[in-house]
Structures are given as C-alpha cells and as structure tokens.
Design a protein around this ligand. Structure first.
Ligand code: PGA
Length: 257
C-alpha cells in the first residue's frame, strides 16, 4: 500500500450469505474489535435484501454499503432485476461489477460488465471492478493479457473524470474460495500491471484508482499482501463473514507500510 498516493480500501463480499439480523450482530461485534483509526475505506457488499438494514446498522461505523451487482437495465419488464438507481435509493454507495462468479455462473459478458459500470456511475454509485484469470490461463502465462482484455472492454467508454469513483480488484479465479491465495509476489506483479493498464486507459487520472487483491485473503496472509507497494487493499469473501476476522484484516491494513 502507498497511502500517500491512493486511499487504502478494504472490501467485504458476503455473496449469498446472511439473514436479517446478521448485519446488527456483525456491527456490534465489529464495533468492539475495530482497530484504532485512521481506518482504510471499508466497504461491505451485502445481498440486496440486507442493504437497508446494513445502511442503518453501519451508519455509526466507518463502513459503507455496496451491492454485489446492478442490472444493465434502468427499469421495465425485467423480472428479478435490481437497478443501479434502486440500489442507490436504498442507501448503497458502491457496487461490485464483473465478479468472476457473475461471469462464470450467470454468463456476464465483458459487454454486460461495461454496461453495468455505466449504469452504476449514472446512478451515482462507485464501482469496484473485479478482474482475474482462470487457472488454465495462468498455467500458460496468459494472465496479464487476460486481465488487460477485461479492463480494456470494461472501461472502453469510461470517462476518466470518474476515476475517483473506481476501484479495481484483481481476483484470480483459482484463488477465490479455495484457500490457495496468490503469493505476494504474484499479487504485486499483477497490481503493477493493472496500474499500467489504468494509466493507458485513463491517463493520469488512473493513478488515483485503488487496486485491490482478492482471493482467500485471511487475517494470516493479509499483512504480507497489503505490504506490496501496488496493492492498495483487499476484497475479502469468506473472511468478511465474521466480524472478528474482518477486523483483523482491517488491522493488517492499518499497520501495513
Ligand atoms: P474469498 O472470496 O475471500 O472467499 O476467496 C473473495 C471474493 O470472491 O471476492
């Protein structure tokens, strides 16, 4: 992390986990365990139906609320969809875009991801764009080209004036939920590569975009990942479900140089 250049950002992603009441229990526990400030920016992506409760519950804590996806549509006959405006009106400030589970399990294309980002920005949300390669691509050394392509298509129409509302999370698919975390060297190499892509795509404004690492981040490995100069934070799945482990990761962000 280099907090002189970019704000540190720790995201949590609850995925399809949590019931009403869980936000309150989590917040009460987190309030007891939060390290002393100054805090990194903290963003928790909860299921849609928990957004209102999360917004209310986390109001007294330095935690902002995100949704995990927004529709490519604004309104109309699109059963089961949630629009960016609805997420914003419910109090969310951020959305994830392009999480690999959306891409792999629900068929999100690069074009969908670009459209979701457009709709999110238009509604006033900030965007955490997720990119990352499958294992077979890394085995052949193709990870940088893969991530370049994902960034190029997701940000094709991105107005660099919005760079302050963007974060990019590098989440290699083979590391998500597997316990097989990328090494700090691999995370650093890709974060530096992403920083170069952002400079190409967004010009000088790209330098302000935080680049996070995600994929089996735990209290045990967070410190060494966050110590990488180009890794500005983490996107945490499983370890964000318990306030104690999430708080330990926040503490690692605080002490990382
Ligand atoms: P994980 O998930 O920390 O459980 O690997 C990360 C993510 O999918 O954002």
């Amino acid at each position: 992390m280099n907090t002189d250049l970019r704000p540190a950002l720790i995201g949590g992603n609850w995925k399809l986990n949590g019931m009403p009441g869980d936000c309150r229990a989590f917040a009460a526990e987190l309030a007891k365990k939060l390290p002393e400030g100054p805090f990194p920016e903290i963003v928790l992506a909860v299921p849609y139906l928990l957004v209102a409760e999360a917004v209310e519950t986390f109001r007294s804590l330095p935690v902002r609320v995100a949704v995990q996806n927004v529709s490519v549509y604004e309104s109309g006959a699109f059963t089961g969809e949630i629009s960016a405006q609805q997420a914003k009106a419910a109090g969310a400030e951020w959305t994830l875009a392009g999480h690999s589970e959306r891409r792999q399990l629900f068929g999100d294309t690069d074009a969908d991801v670009a459209e979701r980002i457009k709709k999110a920005l238009a509604a006033g949300l900030r965007v955490m764009l997720c990119v990352g390669e499958p294992e077979a691509v890394r085995a052949e050394g193709g990870q940088e080209a893969w991530v370049t392509n994902q960034l190029t298509s997701a940000l094709a129409d991105f107005d660099s004036a919005n760079a302050g509302r963007l974060a990019v999370a590098y989440e290699p698919i083979w590391a998500i939920g597997t316990g097989h975390t990328a090494t700090p060297a691999d995370a650093q190499a890709m974060a530096a590569h992403i920083r170069g892509c952002l400079a190409q795509l967004l010009g000088g404004s790209g330098a302000a975009v935080p680049v996070l690492y995600g994929g089996s981040v735990t209290p045990e490995n967070a410190g060494s990942l966050l110590a990488c100069p180009d890794v500005d934070g983490a996107l945490v799945g499983g370890a964000s479900l318990k306030a104690a482990s999430f708080a330990s990761i926040l503490a690692a962000a605080e002490v990382a140089p």
